[in-house]
Design a protein around this ligand. Sequence first.
Ligand SMILES: Nc1ncnc2c1ncn2[C@@H]1O[C@H](COP(=O)(O)OP(=O)(O)OP(=O)(O)O)[C@@H](O)[C@H]1O
Length: 234
Amino acid sequence: MSNLLSIQGLNQYYGESHTLWDVMLDVPSGKCTCLMGRNGVGKTTLLQVIMGLLATESGAIKFDDQEIQSVKAEQRAELGIGYVPQGRQIFPLLTVQENLEVGLLARTDGVKTVPQFVYDLFPVLKDMLKRRGGDLSGGQQQQLAIARALMIDPKMLILDEPTEGIQPNIVRQIGDIITQLNDELGLTVLLVEQKLPFARRVADTFCILDRGRSVAQGEIAELSDELVERYLTV
Ligand SMILES: Nc1ncnc2c1ncn2[C@@H]1O[C@H](COP(=O)(O)OP(=O)(O)OP(=O)(O)O)[C@@H](O)[C@H]1O
């Protein structure tokens, strides 16, 4: 199976602090991969490295058969990487429609209207186009953040803790949306997720980080109780 994203020997520092150590990560095409690990092990840092938002000391990052370490952050969206950052970071004072239009700005093909499939996936957004982002519930804001990331019609969608701070009944809905994007639209997904049942439900493969190192990787069915106990239980 081919990997849409493949990372080898990645080292990253915050100043003097060595945070990612020889990290490797494979994200198979068309699959959903869950990046796991306890708080502070470097998950968000790794996602930001993939998005070109942090410099690295060494390592290779290949996306869609292209080495992208030298590609600037602004251009990584153009390669086809959509990103939903931790905390969602929608614009609270802009309307839902304006938030979506900000996502469209990253397109290079001149498309200026929100694609219909986005409203099919997120009917709630269609009913709220004139509302301010900040007035939406947490679950609705998460849907808006995902919808905004889809505006560039990405090959891969990266989500940093999409269920954080979201009501339990909406968490399932977010999971269904991710599965739908993955299964029906063929989008490759990389997500950081701390909730184990959620990860088991939506992911096909996993990668565990521990203190900045990739320590285990495989099919989600191979995520054993022993691995959970050793690397994920707090
Ligand atoms: N801007 C920064 N400057 C210096 N150190 C940082 C910075 N951001 C994160 N760190 C440190 O790097 C390490 C990894 O942090 P990171 O946020 O990537 O972990 P994480 O696994 O995503 O954690 P969480 O689950 O809490 O989001 C932590 O020790 C953190 O304190």
